[in-house]
Design a protein around this ligand. Structure first.
Ligand code: TMP
Ligand code: ASP
Length: 257
């Protein structure tokens, strides 16, 4: 059936969500707009919307092949993907493999310190409150998710980490940390939102060069180039042995580990 965008349902900092002519199906439109520090800092990262759309689609497909339920249905265009409509749970789930960002600040540990066992953190998805950190008891008190839902979200976040970490490592990228959002559809939970350099910290495996939104947050320069480099490694390069295509890696410039 032909899909058409209808009413705008929601406009966020980096995406617009549209209703469609199909019930329960939405379009995510990815913008080039970038914000940081709860939108105190604003800018544009040229081409970001295309990269985040294409990269999210590629990673959602990897996760779906590993039986992680995601909202992704299919890519519609450079900046648009078709997704199941979810009732988003107001929790940002963060997984960390290496100390960086707010964890470095909170603990005094140096950025780059490896974490033996991945850490899961929860934040309240509330711009008005500045996304404060929560624990399970706060989630229960605020009725943001049931204990069963929360347990599933944490388990699934770690499963996603165990799938994405080696997938990215094969493409010369260290998955330092990332943010996930989950939502309900009927009685089931799904992964929603996006997976991109906006929502992940990605470092070059060898040089530890930052290839993500921290270049924008911290005024490191080379922001567009970093997004392009991640895109090249993930989407435009010949795929590695887990791509399902079993194509050869000959000609790939990505160091394989
Ligand atoms: P943090 O170290 O600033 O807490 O960030 C942890 C991860 O979450 C990092 O990969 C970036 C991502 N993130 C978002 O996706 N949205 C946000 O608003 C923030 C603060 C972080
Ligand atoms: N997107 C978030 C904001 O504008 C922050 C971030 O990603 O750093 O606040």
């Amino acid at each position: 059936m032909h899909v058409e965008a209808r009413e705008k349902l929601y406009e966020g900092k980096a995406k617009i969500v549209y209703e469609t002519n199909q019930p329960g199906v939405i379009i995510q439109y990815f913008k080039d707009d970038a914000t940081a520090f709860n939108a105190l800092k604003k800018g544009t990262i040229v081409g970001k919307g295309v990269i985040n759309n294409r990269m999210s689609a590629a990673l959602f497909e990897v996760l779906q092949r590993a039986r992680v339920p995601t909202h992704f249905l299919r890519t519609l265009s450079d900046r648009e993907m078709l997704c199941h409509r979810l009732d988003i749970i107001k929790i940002e789930t963060i997984v960390r493999n290496i100390v960086a960002g707010s964890l470095a600040k909170r603990t005094g540990l140096e950025e780059g310190t490896p974490i033996k066992q991945p850490i899961v953190e929860l934040y309240y998805k509330s711009d008005a409150l500045g996304d404060p950190m929560l624990n399970d008891d706060h989630v229960r008190m605020l009725r943001l998710a049931t204990p069963g839902e929360l347990a599933w979200m944490k388990r699934t976040a770690l499963k996603i980490n165990s799938i994405l970490r080696p997938h990215l490592a094969r493409r010369g990228l260290l998955l330092v940390d990332f943010k996930l959002e989950f939502g309900r559809r009927g009685r089931k939970l799904y992964l929603g939102d996006e997976i991109s350099p906006d929502t992940c910290r990605l470092w070059d495996s060898r040089s530890k060069e930052r290839l993500d939104k921290d270049r924008f947050r911290r005024d490191l320069g080379g922001v567009e180039e970093a997004y392009q480099e991640v895109f090249r490694r993930l989407v435009t390069e010949p795929h590695g042995p887990d791509s399902g295509h079993r194509r050869s890696n000959a000609g790939s410039r990505i160091p394989l580990q």
